[in-house]
Ligand binder design. Sequence first.
Ligand code: HEC
Ligand code: HEC
Length: 359
Amino acid sequence: MLKRLHFTIFYNRITSSSKMALLMLGVLVYPCQAYAMDWAERALERISKPPLGLPRLVQTEKNEVTKDRIILGRKLFYDKRLSRNSSVSCASCHLPERGFADNDQPRAIGFNGRRSRRNAPTLLNVAYMRTLFHDGRDNQLATQILGPFLDKNEMANPSAGWLVQTVNGLEDYWGKFEKAFGEVANINNIGKAIAAYEQTLLSANSPFDKYWYGKDKSAIGPAAIRGLKLFRGRAGCARCHKIGKYSALFIDHRFHDTGTGSKDDSGRKEVTGRLKDINRFKTPTLRNIALTAPYIHDGRFETLGEVVRFYNRGPVATLPALGLSETQQNDLVAFLESLTGDNIAELISEAKGAHRQND
Ligand code: HEC
Ligand code: HEC
């Protein structure tokens, strides 16, 4: 009370131009502070109310997402010290400014420059994936982390125990696992924390969403509108890259042979051992696809135009040639380009916060 009185007296004494300056400073400083403090809160809010075009997020993993877990997960995700020679983090291959994928490498490069067999997929909207990896060999974000942490081509930790020991040995983690999970770091809660952060990477409310779900007729141009019609109709894309009544993930949670398999990679068959799964790969989301070149599990195509031409030629018997004109193929590309979410800059800026924290 006394403080407020003092402030009022002080405030009344200063000139009006200084008042204006003070006010301006407040306007400038306040959002920065709110931003720095509340990114995790806003990320939590995003999970409870996903952007337009995404379905409700059902948390199938018994992984209650909390603010402390998101903050810890982000720290782990961007921490290179968690690889064998402190050179690789999750973000080395899932780069925030490249749609949480990697545009430079058709196939991911990790520990000691070793090349993985496959292209790093986007982690945007990964929370909705019922299976993980191009061949669906895992189905929980919290356990999936063991793959990259231990893979000798990725982060190359010799064992899970080694990784836990590394984390427990880093002073800047002390107390953080206790706060988030009520226990010291172990392989389960490391996974849960990273999964919590990954679940915040939701992006939609794209021009397409505004047009289709938001009924804003001017949100996309005529080429994209024609492309959408082809996508759902004659080109048959939406059979697998599904668009629902209230939301769209552009996936069907299934595996298909679209003529992309090879001697080196037979996809789903490697997991199930069943001959019928040969050359089948998981249907990837097409949201934010303009940001995540190159395309297909091995990154063989650099542009969306190449992917569309590939489908147009009729790659396998079950996907016969489409006979689309050059303009129609360009229309499909224009549609695919309308799927970029409107909060990408925000997600990148949240990621940058982690770098500041780890430096
Ligand atoms: C060396 C590059 C590299 C690093 C480092 C890396 N990843 Fe990946 N990530 C990949 C590749 C390549 C795939 C696809 C592999 C496959 O399908 O067999 C993948 C797949 C994934 C998937 C499955 C996505 C989907 O839609 O199926 C998730 C989730 C994921 N990574 C998270 C992580 C996390 C968390 C870390 C850090 C602990 C990490 N990655 C580190 C390259 C990398
Ligand atoms: C039978 C199901 C099916 C149909 C129909 C289909 N797709 Fe796909 N699509 C897939 C699968 C499966 C993959 C992954 C292939 C791989 O990685 O080897 C894929 C990959 C893609 C990719 C690359 C995604 C990435 O992140 O690398 C694009 C783009 C794409 N499809 C667009 C289209 C378009 C446009 C059409 C219509 C002309 C279409 N798809 C029709 C199943 C389908």
